[in-house]
Design a protein around this ligand. Structure first.
Ligand SMILES: [Zn+2]
Length: 304
């Protein structure tokens, strides 16, 4: 019986994962809502006989951005040359996320301890022995009859527990929907078993495209939740009429839509309307209001 449940569980996860873990091949179109803030202050060049004080060189404009990293200056210049319509701030934040570089075969290991702003993605891997501390059961797990429900107890870091509870209550009160968590924490070994299971029916190359390698899924952080409402299929969540309000309420309680459709080049993942990440209220509000990703927020020098 237990083995049967594990097999069913793996099959369900495999159904869930292709969209959830798909490697993106789309290009970011570079649109941003906030082009005006923190425009580079003009800076006069000391070593050039430049009679114009109206315009600064690209290098000067980049250097005035507060989160400029001198070690990346060649990459800023190369990226700006290819994307001349972006502002200096956008260029610096984009390159700071490393989205201008191809995905590495061997992702960099994340340094400990983790925070609510830790990025686990295809560039930054969690160690095999990483397990979040202070895990608690999620307040409202889905039932086994729900489509794509992860079987068994669901866990999340304690820091996100009350916010998830409050988000759930607010969705009920303001929209009349029952918010359901269909998947939360996944261990490294669980992700490994999912990946190994996939290898029984596809090549490793194919598996890497549809399933996150162990260590590269932020579900291992215990801060990510896949949700849906009522009896809506998780991959149809975006089709509910008040989906945008759902996102707004999420941000009020510290959760962000982690993989927006127009940010696939930065996140490395295709759009996932059901995957939310706890980052804390302040970060979530800023990310939501500016249409940023967690990578862009951290790329602007924000740390917890
Ligand atoms: Zn997910």
């Amino acid at each position: 019986m237990t083995e049967m449940l594990i097999v069913i569980g793996l099959a369900v996860v495999l159904i869930v994962l292709p969209g959830c873990q798909g490697k993106s091949s789309k290009e970011d179109n570079g649109t941003q809502n906030d082009n005006s803030s923190e425009k580079a202050t003009l800076k006069r060049s000391d070593d050039k006989d430049d009679s114009s004080t109206e315009s600064a060189s690209p290098e000067e404009q980049l250097e005035t951005v507060s989160f400029y990293d001198d070690g990346k200056k060649d990459r800023y210049a190369a990226y700006w040359k290819d994307n001349p319509n972006e502002s200096a701030e956008e260029v610096v934040s984009y390159v700071n996320t490393d989205a201008d570089e191809p995905l590495p075969d061997d992702p960099e290991e994340i340094s400990m301890p983790t925070t609510v702003l830790t990025i686990a993605n295809k560039r930054h891997a969690l160690p095999a022995d990483y397990e979040p501390k202070d895990m608690v059961r999620v307040p409202q797990p889905c039932s086994e009859s729900d489509f794509s429900c992860y079987l068994g107890d669901q866990f999340i870091q304690e820091v996100a527990y009350q916010p998830l509870n409050d988000w759930t209550d607010a969705v009920e009160a303001e929209l009349g929907h029952t918010l359901k968590t269909i998947a939360a924490y996944r261990s490294y070994s669980y992700q490994q078993s999912v990946f190994d299971y996939a290898l029984t029916s596809m090549s490793e190359e194919e598996a890497r495209k549809v399933i996150a390698m162990p260590g590269l899924s932020e579900h291992q952080l215990g801060l990510a939740v896949d949700v849906t409402v009522d009896d809506v299929r998780y991959d149809q969540l975006e089709s509910i009429s008040d989906y945008k309000v759902l996102l707004e309420i999420a941000a009020q309680y510290g959760f962000i839509l982690r993989y927006p459709a127009d940010k696939t080049a930065i996140t490395g993942y295709d759009h996932e309307s059901w995957h939310f990440r706890y980052v804390g209220e302040e970060a979530a509000q800023t990310i939501y209001q500016n249409n940023w990703t967690l990578e862009e927020y951290v790329g602007r020098g924000n740390r917890s």
